[in-house]
Design a protein around this ligand. Structure first.
Ligand code: NAD
Ligand code: SER
Length: 320
């Protein structure tokens, strides 16, 4: 029987992945964890929940032993914008935290580990359009640097110790349930919330900034599909390029305006512009499509319709 631990489960991805994994494998098969405590009002939504600080290996070991964990979705991390403000923290959580997860997996014979990477592995010298699977990896952010090292570390554990480690270079993820935790692509989520609440948004990147994005339902479905795929024919482990859609901040605002004609967006670029400018505009994900059948469902129009419907309903209930 599968017994899954999710680290960093209270974050943007974890909070939705928990439900998808519990629907698929059974409620008690999935143990949520984080170094934050779930809010008391909806603590039942998280249970079974354990405290795990990935930088403290003993907290991981205790939970792995207690629940006889055989699969880990390792989501605990510091994202790009927070990482630039606190590079030491980003290194500690993203590198030492990952090393702890891999070491515990090796020692306790964990069958599978999912460890996300990011488009942040690419840098200014990488081709910007249809960025290839195999290409130059010279990021200029601490976050990107930890993601490149993380991919290499995961591949090392796969070849040296035979661990089944899998990972995706997610593009920016757009979602309606939990706000993102301090990345550069956060504007593409915040714009929907502010459109619904205030009919206006001040965007922290330029109008012509184009980045690759994916809608959360596709990202979740893709992650589980990768973990369930037969790896016999895999050419890659932890660095699969993922693409879904690419658009500029201005195109995103225009799409929202089709539904909310009064909506206005202004642009006040800050330090995150430089990070965005160092990342690709679009991604070549043919390896994911060929090796494990990746196929996203949502484009910008379908995602915008769904996001606005969900957020408007929550706003009307006073829950936004
Ligand atoms: P998030 O910031 O929303 O959540 C991260 C979670 O990790 C938080 O709940 C936080 O409390 C927790 N955490 C931080 N330090 C911890 C520690 N020491 N021990 C335990 N938990 C800790 O991030 P997310 O968006 O859910 O990202 C999950 C993974 O996906 C990360 O590896 C991230 O780099 C990757 N990723 C995310 C995106 C995106 O757009 N969301 C894009 C590319 C890659
Ligand atoms: N969405 C993430 C970030 O902006 C990309 O990894 O940090």
């Amino acid at each position: 029987m599968k017994k899954i631990l999710i680290t960093g489960s209270m974050g943007q991805i974890g909070s939705e992945l928990i439900k998808a994994l519990r629907d698929r494998y059974g409620h008690d098969a999935v143990i949520a964890s984080d170094f934050r405590t779930p809010p008391y009002e909806n603590k039942d939504q998280w249970n079974p929940f354990e405290f795990v600080d990935v930088t403290k290996r003993e907290t991981l070991i205790e939970v792995v032993k207690k629940h006889q964990i055989n699969c880990i979705y390792h989501l605990a991390a510091i994202l790009s914008a927070v990482g630039e403000q606190n590079p030491q923290l980003a290194w500690n959580v993203n590198i030492n935290g990952l090393y702890n997860v891999l070491e515990v997996a090796r020692e306790y014979h964990i069958q599978q580990i999912f460890c996300p990477s990011s488009i942040a592995v690419f840098g200014p010298s990488t081709p910007k359009d249809h960025t290839p699977q195999e290409t130059i990896l010279q990021p200029t952010t601490m976050y990107g640097l930890t993601k490149v090292s993380g991919e290499l570390l995961c591949d090392y554990y796969a070849t040296k110790f035979g661990l089944d480690v899998r990972g995706i270079r997610y593009p920016g993820i757009i979602s309606s349930e939990t706000l993102p935790g301090g990345g550069t692509t956060d504007y593409a989520v915040a714009i929907y919330y502010d459109a619904v609440k205030y009919n206006r948004y001040t965007c922290f990147v330029r109008e012509d900034t184009v980045l690759p994005m994916v809608y959360m339902p596709d990202a979740i479905y893709g992650s589980i599909s990768l973990m369930e795929a037969d790896r016999t024919h895999f050419q890659h482990h932890s660095n699969f390029n993922m693409a879904s859609m690419s658009f500029s901040a201005g195109e995103l605002a225009a799409e929202i305006k089709k539904h909310l004609p009064e909506f206005t967006c202004t642009y006040e670029p800050d330090f995150r512009q430089k990070i965005a400018d160092s990342w690709p505009r679009s991604i070549d994900d043919r390896a994911s499509r060929a090796e494990w059948g990746w196929k996203p469902q949502y484009d910008l129009a379908a995602m915008t319709k769904d996001m606005l419907a969900k957020l408007t309903a929550r706003h009307q209930q006073g829950k936004l």
